[in-house]
Design a protein around this ligand. Structure first.
Ligand code: SAH
Length: 463
């Protein structure tokens, strides 16, 4: 153990007040600074600030501290607009000016590449911005709970298991807020039994609503522990009366003790089975369980960027791995010879096929399975994609998928990412396998939050 390291352990104690200059933000939006070479995480502190903070946690590799007061305040500090910003935890950057939010997120992306690859200069482009950074989300899924005889719907705060009422969320589409409030009030009025997580008893667990920005129509999903509940008809009747924007009411049965919101089975209680959304000229039908981008306005810009870097001429075979309801593949189909999508959720694949038909697209096929399992099989059968688009969950790409991309020497890989760390690690493997990093484009998908979305292009010249 080095001398300095030893000193920190002795010196920094819980409760101690330290002065810390803040250098950057972490992946959860927290301020990061150094005290005697020890990394200190301070929620709510902004790079450029110098703060006094009380140590709350001491770990071998880092210290957490609570901001007490400022010695120097950032010129980019702004008053958070949301009244429950500090309790909720859903947003992490509302206290920072918008332009600075973008700059810091861009730096997070750059730092990830510097940390996980051997590159010294990272080709990061300017961020694709969003005009109005509020009310952009098209979907909310909120747990409900019975607290002192009232039905409360909200988010579990980041630091505790306490439910914070977020029924007027400022990044959510206002009609989603209104619909969920109505559903909550009706549940209370009808005396619908509310799920008790600890006892695993009761009925209503979550309220989920998704809006189509194109039509203003809403799909409401009631997630219940039981297959049916006595007030079903009355709930539907009241909901239709009070919320004409709701065009689809679905019961999702989730009987398990689980942290997953949705269960496997859906039953249509009333209205349309699927929600119809439009991005650009394309129409998409969405099942309750299918993933769809959360910010429809920015999605069009995201897909345009994917199309731009995919650089199609009409002769290419494109694989859309992690295709969801087929959106990216269908977006690219007009400029490709053939599109093949793969996705694990069968409902989403069924939607993707239907979406292809609905849009008159005949050169796109969709398959259910894991990208890392199917791509090697197709490669074995002779498939040689010219472009592979990957848009994986936060965990990034499976090793087997990267191996297949390397074996096939796919000329162009377009990587849509919501997690800079896994993106950079995966890119590093591709770099070591002969790829070059052409560009990384940050996109403002989740303003007010620390989430970083980006489109990356990797190419190789040796096929
Ligand atoms: N590209 C789509 C969806 C991206 S979200 C869009 O823009 O809407 C990631 C998707 O990957 C989800 O639909 C998820 O169900 C799916 N998925 C997760 N793991 C997968 C795997 N191993 N193979 C294929 N799809 C997977």
């Amino acid at each position: 153990m080095g001398k300095t390291e030893y000193q920190h352990k002795v010196r920094l104690k819980k409760g101690q007040v330290i002065e810390v200059p803040i250098r950057r933000i972490g992946i959860n939006g927290e301020g990061i600074g150094y005290h005697q070479q020890q990394v200190v995480f301070i929620d709510g502190a902004i790079p450029g600030e110098i703060v006094s903070a009380r140590v709350t946690q001491v770990k071998p590799s880092f210290v957490r501290a609570k901001l007490i007061k400022w010695k120097k305040k950032s010129a980019y500090r702004v008053e958070p607009r949301c009244p429950v910003y500090h309790q909720c935890g859903g947003c992490q950057l509302q206290h920072i000016d918008r332009r600075m939010q973008r700059r810091l997120k861009r730096e997070l992306l750059e730092e990830a590449f510097v940390k996980y690859t051997r590159l010294s200069t990272i080709p990061i482009e300017p961020t694709i911005t969003m005009d109005d950074p509020w009310f952009y989300r098209n979907k909310a899924q909120l747990p409900v709970s019975m607290i002192a005889g009232k039905v409360v719907m909200g988010m579990y705060s980041a630091s505790s298991r306490r439910l914070v009422d977020v029924s007027d969320c400022l990044v959510q589409h206002p009609l989603i807020n209104k619909t969920l409030q109505t559903a909550r009030d009706i549940s209370e009025k009808l005396g619908i039994s509310i799920y008790d997580e600890k006892k695993h008893e009761g009925v209503l667990r979550h309220l989920v609503a998704r809006i189509s920005f194109a039509t203003g129509e809403i799909q409401l999903v009631l997630v219940t522990r039981t297959k049916t509940f006595p007030q079903e008809q009355a709930f539907v009747a009241e909901m239709c009366k009070q919320a004409p924007q709701v065009k689809s009411i679905i019961l999702n049965h989730n009987p398990n003790r689980t942290s997953l919101v949705l269960g496997e089975k859906n039953r249509l209680l009333w209205g349309k089975e699927k929600l119809e959304e439009r991005i650009g000229d394309l129409v998409f039908l969405l099942s309750p369980r299918a993933f769809f981008q959360l910010n429809p306005l920015q999605t069009e810009k995201l897909y345009d960027e994917v199309a731009k870097v995919a650089h199609l001429t009409g002769t290419e075979t494109v694989v859309d791995a992690y295709c969801g309801v087929g959106t990216i593949g269908l977006w690219l189909a007009a400029k490709a010879k053939r599109v093949i999508g793969v996705e694990v959720i069968p409902d989403a694949v069924a939607d993707a096929k239907e979406n292809a038909k609905r849009n008159g697209i005949e050169n796109a096929e969709f398959y259910t399975g894991q990208a890392e399992a199917l791509l090697p099989v197709w490669a074995g059968e002779g498939l040689r994609p010219d472009v592979v688009v990957v848009d994986p969950p936060r965990t990034g790409l499976h090793d087997a998928l990267i191996d297949t991309l390397l074996n096939l020497k796919v000329p162009r890989i377009v990587y849509v990412s919501c997690n800079p760390a896994t993106l950079a690690k995966d890119c590093d493997r591709l770099l070591r396998g002969g790829y070059s990093l052409k560009k990384v484009v940050p996109l403002d998908m989740f303003p007010q939050t620390a989430h970083v979305e980006s489109v990356t292009l990797m190419t190789r010249e040796d096929q």
